[in-house]
Design a protein around this ligand. Sequence first.
Ligand code: HEM
Length: 516
Amino acid sequence: MTIEQLFSAFGLSGKYAVASAICAPLIAYLCYLLSILMYNIYWHPLSKFPGPILWAATPIPYVWYQITGRLPFIYERLHDKYGDVVRVLPHKLSFRHPNAWKDIYQNKSGHKAMPKDARSLAPGDEGVYNIITASNPSDHFRYSHKLHHALSSKALFDQEPFITTYVDLLIFRLKARCTKGPQDIVKWANLIYFDIISDLTFGESLNGLENEEYHPWLRGLFGSNMKSITFQRAMRQFPHIFKFLNLFAPKGLAEQQIKHSKFVREMVHRRMQDESGRPDFMSYILPYSEEHSLMTMPEVRATYGALMLAGSENVATTLVFTIFYLLKHPAALQKLSLEIRSRLLTLEDIDFLGVNSLKYLSAVINESMRLAPAAPTSQPRVVTNGGAIVAGYWVPGGTVVGAPPYCTNRHSGYFKDPNSFIPERWLKNTGYESDKKSAFHPFQTGPRACAGQLLALTEVRIVLARILWEFEISFRDADGGKWSDDLEIFHLWQMKPLYINLTAVERIEEKEKRSK
Ligand code: HEM
C-alpha cells in the first residue's frame, strides 16, 4: 500500500494529505511544548517562587544571557526586583543571602553539603571526571585526598623557592620592557601564573616568561575556549535538541580539547619518568602504580590537567583587577605602596611570611575580589530527595540552587557603599562593622571549596607586593578607569589587554652607587 492509498483510506487525498502529515506532528510537538510551559508556570513545585514569568517558563532567557556573557550582571537586576530568592530557570533558584552559602555548600549537623549538579557536568575526553567535575563524593575523595596535602600550608612553604624564581624573572622582564613603553599586565599575569602552576603541578615550566610569549597550548585557550564551553553548558538546558544545537557551537573547542589532552598526556608522562623527587603536586602520588593508587591513569590525567586551568587564570584575573582598582584609587595605591615599602625594607623581606603579614595588602585584595570575584558565577548544587531549607525557604528535592557571588558582594543590604572600592572595610574600626562578611566567599565554602585558596592568595600577594616595591604604576590611557566597563563573563571573566606604565623605583643604595 502506498502512502497516498493509506491517506485516501482515511478520506484524505493529494496535497492536503501531505500537508497534514507534516503539520500534525508539528502541532502535536507545539502542544507538548505549550503544556510544558503551562506546567512550569502554574503547577511546577517551584511555581510559588518569585521571578520573571518567561524565566520560570523556559530556559531561553537564562541561556541567552549566559551565551552573551551577561548572566552574573543580570542576576543583580533580578534580585533587586524580586528579592533574596529568584526562580531563574524552571528548575533553578538563585539565593542572594548570606545564609544560603552555609545551607547550600557546607556540611551541617544532620545534613551534608548539597552535591554538584551531575546533569551540568560532562566527563572529559577519556570518559572520566576530575576533582572539580566529580559529583559523586567517593570519586571526589579518591581524586582529592592526596592533593589536599600538596596544597597544604607546609607544602606551600616548600614551594616558595620555585615560586620566587618566577617572581624574580617577571620583575627582570618588566624592568627591561618598561622603558620601551606601557605593558599589558593581563599578558604578564597570565605568563607568570601559568608558568608557576605548570611547574608546581608537573615540575616543568611553560617558559612563558622565558620566551615572553604564550605556550602553544595556551594560545587558543584565551578567547574562544570559555565561550565554547559556556555555549555547550548552556545547550544542555535543551536535552531533546542538544545534538542539533551543538552544530551551532563556536568552532575551535574540539580542537582545543585535543590540544589539551595531548599536552596533559605528555606532561604527565614526562613527570612520571622524572625521579628527581622535587616537591610538586604530582610527587604526592608517585611512584604511581595502577594497582595501589586510588586513581586510574585517565583520572590522574583529568585531575592534574584540570589544575592547570583551576590554578592559573583565576589568579591572574585577581591580580589584574587588584591593580586596576588601585590605579583607579590613587589614595589606596599610595597607602599600599607605603605599607609595602616601609614594612619590607629589603628584597629578602619580600617572602611568603612577609607579604602574608601585611594587613592593608590583604584588605586591598579582598576588596578587589568583592567587587570582581575571579569566579563570578554561581556554582550549582542539587537539593537531595526530601528537600531542604535554604535561607529560610523550603525547597523541594531535585531543585538546582546556587548563591551568586557577583551580585551578593555588591548588595547594599550586606555591604555599605557596595559599589565603591574601600579596602578599609576589611580592617577594624573603620566604620564598616555593619558589613555582612559572611556573605563573601570568593573561594566558595564547605567541602568543595577551593583547595588552592592559600596558594592563590599568596601568589597574588607576593607578585603585587614585588611590583609595587619595584615600580610606580599608572594607567597608559586617560580612560584606563573604564577598562572593566564592557567586560563579559563566560563562566570566567573574559579579560582584554590592560596597558599600564611602570617606572622603576630608584632606591637610596642605587642612587648612592650611581653618585660614586
Ligand atoms: C584567585 C584564584 C582562585 C579562585 C577565585 C578560585 C575559586 C574556586 C572556586 C569558587 C571553586 C569551587 C568551584 C565549584 O564549586 O565548582 C574552586 C575549586 C577548586 N580550586 Fe580554586 N580558585 C582559585 C585558585 C586556585 C588555585 C591556585 C588552585 C591550585 C591548584 C585551585 C584549585 C582548586 C581545586 C582543586 C578546586 C576543586 C576543589 C574540590 O572540589 O575539592 N584554585 N576554586
